[in-house]
Design a protein around this ligand. Structure first.
Ligand code: NAD
Ligand code: MG
Length: 392
């Protein structure tokens, strides 16, 4: 049966890759809803190509502009806006599959709505799971939703895990990490890096927020937390291994000494096509891996001094409660401030650390508690950033 998609964050990097896969398989997939925040013109182009029933944007002015362009072009797509509209298209009977590809905390409530409605959820928006871990996983379980990871590492782990719902013989998950653009840069010069340098990832082309997270390795920290919830393993059984080529996307090790890995060219269309068609396999548009051409695969241990954000995320996971939501919110504010040149690169970790120390942890008993922790961490982060000097 054809799958009908709501694509949250369709104008982003994951959104583009998802629509590329959709376009290759019109017999398998159709689009119910597309959503964007402010990039109305790109959303209009996508609507004219994929003819969704609904398009959602962030505000009334963008909605009006999108609507008039669509009408002028003869499109019937209904245009709505705002956070409730995102929730509505995520739980609608019009779709069976929700691709969660909004960046940051803004994606939590629509993703959770999809989980409550028992949808098949293809999750790229790791921040949603980092914030609400147990609540999200409990909701998925209670509603009978199916959660499939799009994040390349987690998709790789999913492919290498036993699929009987048990962890028979699994000893560890090994998440690989490229190490980002600053893996070998002299640590004393990291204070001076610019947003442009931080966003220039050696292997992947991604949105700006996750690119900065990759440069600080907060991304890998968020992914350890994500893996903990997705695969129900404690933090001390989730290793991080630097692998600069990004060819092995992650591994699972077993009691008998076996290690299973998933390999491929670094292109998000592979994990996206995997999750979209699962359990089938379809063409993703990605070239087959040529290992003779790659020739060498390297590995090294992560350097926690160079990448303090990685250690902070591990600490937040070990503390439990709302610490991961606090970490995530502080990081979102700090990354935004870095991208706006308000703080330097090393001040990202400094801000997150200070916010974690300033705020009291508590158990994550409800979504309200999580959202309160998120708001408190944002306020605390802004206060710390206000006290920091503007970089030269
Ligand atoms: P992006 O910045 O390219 O796109 C983000 C999308 O979210 C856009 O469509 C934007 O309009 C929308 N958006 C932003 N703020 C919003 C808000 N407040 N309300 C509603 N919509 C909003 O980001 P991306 O690189 O595509 O990443 C999306 C998510 O996928 C992130 O959580 C990221 O960590 C995760 N992810 C991305 C990649 C990748 O290769 N890009 C890989 C793994 C995981
Ligand atoms: Mg990843």
């Amino acid at each position: 049966m054809q799958k009908r998609l709501t694509l949250l964050g369709s104008t982003g990097s994951i959104g583009d890759s998802t629509l590329d896969v959709v376009a290759r398989h019109p017999d398998r997939f159709s689009v119910y809803a597309l959503t964007a925040h402010r990039n109305g013109d790109k959303l209009v182009d996508q609507c004219l190509r994929f003819a969704p029933e609904v398009a959602v944007v962030g505000d009334a002015a963008t909605a009006q502009a999108v609507e008039s362009k669509l009408r002028a072009a003869g499109s019937k797509t209904v245009v709505t806006f705002g956070p409730q509209a995102l929730i509505d298209v995520s739980k609608s009977d019009g779709c069976d599959t929700v691709v969660a590809a909004i960046v940051g905390a803004a994606g939590l409530e629509p993703s959770l709505a999809a989980a409550k409605a028992g949808k098949r959820i293809l999750l790229a928006n790791k921040e949603a799971l980092v914030m609400s871990g147990d609540i999200f996983m409990d909701t998925v379980r209670d509603s009978g939703a199916v959660l499939l990871p799009l994040d390349s590492e987690h998709n790789a782990v999913f492919q290498c895990m036993p699929h009987d719902g048990k962890h028979g013989g699994v000893t560890k998950i090994i998440l690989t990490a490229s190490g980002g653009p600053f893996r070998t840069r002299e640590p004393s010069t990291l204070v001076d890096v610019t947003p442009e340098q931080a966003c220039k990832h050696p292997n992947w082309s991604m949105g700006r927020k996750i690119s900065v997270d990759s440069a600080t390795m907060m991304n890998k920290g968020l992914e350890v937390i994500e893996a903990h919830y997705l695969f129900d393993l404690p933090g001390d059984r989730i290793d991080v291994l630097i692998h600069p080529q990004s060819v092995i996307h992650s591994m699972v090790s077993y009691a008998d000494g076996s290690v299973l890995a998933q390999l491929g060219n670094p292109d998000m269309r592979t994990p996206i096509a995997h999750a979209m068609a699962y359990p089938d396999r379809i063409d993703s548009g990605v070239a087959q891996l040529d290992l003779a051409q790659v020739a060498t695969l390297n590995f090294e241990k992560p350097d926690y001094e160079r990448f303090p954000c990685l250690a902070l995320a591990m600490k937040a996971l070990a503390e439990g409660g709302v610490a991961s939501a606090t970490l995530n919110a502080a990081n979102e504010v700090a990354v935004e401030a870095f991208l706006n040149r308000r703080i330097g690169f090393m001040a990202i970790a400094q801000t997150v650390d200070a916010v974690l120390n300033a705020l009291q942890n508590r158990s994550a008993t409800s979504l309200e508690v999580v959202l309160e922790a998120d708001a408190a961490a944002r306020r605390a982060a802004h206060k710390i950033i206000d006290s920091l000097p503007v970089p030269a």
